[in-house]
Design a protein around this ligand. Structure first.
Ligand code: UD1
Ligand code: CA
Length: 464
């Protein structure tokens, strides 16, 4: 058999009126990806030579999102006026972007639950002019009803154009079709706008092709539900999220409470890692084997290595080394890096800094633009004073250094290996290796102060 070139077309030009949104429907996210991106990911395993995304409403943003998926052979075509699904597909066909394709696989842009399997089944079954996927719904409201006669599928009638009797049909079209390119091009030019919505309906192609025979494959509704409003968006998001979590659980990750665990599709999690309730893993985050995250953690573009733990904390663009500990209540910002066995504890913020192996910043500190060596300890309430109102400056803390509680390290400044700073010191000059730097006023002790104060308050002037 000769190879049949299949081109995919995704219809994504519509506004999605029922979303009541300034943002195009297909750009709304569900479970860490836009709706459009989910659809393109369903196409990816098919390795089509050409995928055309029809854009219109917020066309530039939708085109940019389509291109960001990096599908080989992806092109975008504009539908300037949103004159219906048939009009949208005609824009793709007339643009010449499908040239060379024998078969055109059409899908809507609003089916985030779709996977490659039903598309493969459709392509396998397709021969002749047209084949479509259909499903049966208990409540078919809003969908085009499939009309059959003895010869097979005869037409699809839109809800608004259907008779009472036709509305009773539970088999519906899901806007997913395989067409012979040539027959499709001819049929699209015969579409009229003589219907309730005054649009060129793609569904009418079915009636046009019916005399030549149109095939239909009935599938389960789970993957092909269109998302038409934000209630359906939330439902779809829940299904997608659950799928991601099930994949992780099967790969050996413990997810204590899937209902409150949010993991984006690109995230990787190693075996025997434990995700506790209230965990959010977003973007390009990875969690190593045996690590524990949560309860209550949000990690964005963050790497947590094997055996590390993160509790009640927010980490953005951070790196947590093997066996390191974060939280509770830490905030790690971009460029925060904890080496093996390091600890960043309660109410500590770290940015653009390395916390060396086994070093600890346990309580109430800000560490910014700092390099801390191995085995150092930073006392409670220490602050690296990295900003002079104009520029950021670096702080260096050597191996084994002991920073006393409430030290202000006014950068640029360095504290040598094994050096100490006295609690409450404002350190503005470099501290040599092995030394102690103390900067504070001499303590005065005023004997009997409390007694005298009490008498004064009681009005005993003689006591003053
Ligand atoms: C469509 C079908 C309906 C089917 C349902 C399945 C038609 C006329 N109706 O209805 O039979 O049961 O899908 O979900 O085809 N689009 C464009 N340009 C346009 C109009 C729409 O690109 O001018 C795109 C939309 O962005 C969307 C897709 O086509 O991704 C489907 O459009 P939508 O308005 O959601 O169609 P439905 O009313 O759901
Ligand atoms: Ca739809």
């Amino acid at each position: 058999m000769a190879t049949v070139t299949v081109a995919g077309v995704v219809l994504a030009a519509g506004k999605g009126t029922r979303f009541r949104s300034d943002l195009a429907k297909v750009l709304h996210p569900a479970a860490g990806r836009t709706i459009l991106r989910w659809v393109l990911e369903a196409l990816r395993p098919l390795e089509l030579d050409r995928v055309v995304v029809v854009v219109g409403h917020q066309g530039e943003a939708v085109a940019a999102e389509a291109e960001a998926a990096g599908l080989p052979g992806l092109r975008t075509v504009r539908q300037d006026e949103q004159n219906g699904t048939g009009h949208a597909l005609r824009a793709a066909v007339d643009s010449g972007a499908l040239q060379g394709a024998e078969t055109v696989l059409v899908l809507p842009g609003d089916v985030p639950l779709l996977t490659a399997a039903p598309l493969r089944a459709l392509l396998d079954a397709h021969d002749g002019h047209g084949t479509l996927l259909t499903t049966e719904l208990d409540d078919p409201t809003g969908y085009g009803r499939v009309l059959r006669d003895a010869g097979g599928v005869r037409a699809i009638v839109e809800e608004r154009d259907a008779t009472e009797e036709q509305r009773g049909v539970r088999e519906v079209g899901v806007s997913i079709y395989a067409f012979a390119h040539k027959a499709l091009a001819e049929a699209l030019h015969r579409l009229s706008t003589d219907n309730a919505q005054g649009e060129e309906y793609l569904t009418d192609v079915v009636e046009i092709m019916a005399p030549a025979g149109v095939g239909a494959i009935l599938i389960e509704p789970g993957e092909v539900a269109g998302v038409n409003d934000r209630v359906q968006l939330a439902d779809a998001g829940g299904v997608l999220r659950r799928r991601i979590l099930e994949r992780l659980m099967r790969d050996g990750v413990t997810v204590v409470d899937p209902a409150t665990t949010y993991v984006a599709p690109e995230v990787t999690v190693g075996p025997d890692a434990v995700l506790l309730p209230g965990t959010h893993l977003e973007g390009a985050t990875s969690v190593g084997a045996g690590a524990t995250v949560g309860p209550g953690a949000r990690l964005v573009d963050t790497t947590v290595e094997d055996g590390a733990s993160v509790t009640y904390s927010v980490l953005l663009g951070a790196r947590v080394g093997p066996g390191a500990k974060v939280g509770p209540f830490a905030y790690l910002r971009p460029g925060a890096r904890l080496e093996r066995g390091a600890k960043v504890g309660t109410f500590v913020e770290v940015k653009g800094s390395v916390i060396g192996e086994d070093s600890k910043v346990p309580h109430l500190s800000y560490i910014g633009d700092t390099t801390i060596g191995r085995g150092a300890n930073v006392g409670a309430a220490t602050v690296t004073v990295n900003y002079d109102g104009f520029e950021k400056h670096q702080t260096v803390i050597g191996d084994g250094a002991r920073i006393g509680s409430d030290t202000m390290l006014v950068a640029p400044v360095s504290v040598g290996a094994d050096a100490y700073t006295g609690a409450g010191s404002v350190i503005t000059k470099d501290v040599p290796e092995g030394s102690l730097a103390v900067e504070r006023g001499e303590q005065r002790v005023i004997e009997g102060y409390a007694e005298r104060k009490r008498k004064r308050m009681a009005g005993d002037d003689a006591a003053v």
